[in-house]
Write a protein of this length. Sequence first.
Length: 95
Amino acid sequence: MSQDNNAPPAGLPPRVAKALLDKLESDQAFRDAFTQSPAQALRSLGHTEAAPCIALKPGAKLASPAEIRAQRAKLEAAMTAVQKADCDLSSQSGH
């Protein structure tokens, strides 16, 4: 069976999404590493598959720990579902 190349990528495993949000809420060194290389940060959590949506758009800032905490359920649901074109971790407001 052929794979649909236009299909959006699958979401993160729930365990990885939870670990990612835990670290982004509480660990500044991890937040810095994630900002520099989301793929490397995900690998540090044991996730080795591509996750193209788990990245910041050029010029976007990572949401603050408080913003992530406030939107935790929504972010976790979006990360574990089929991904859309925009990354839910980017914040449109500066902090």
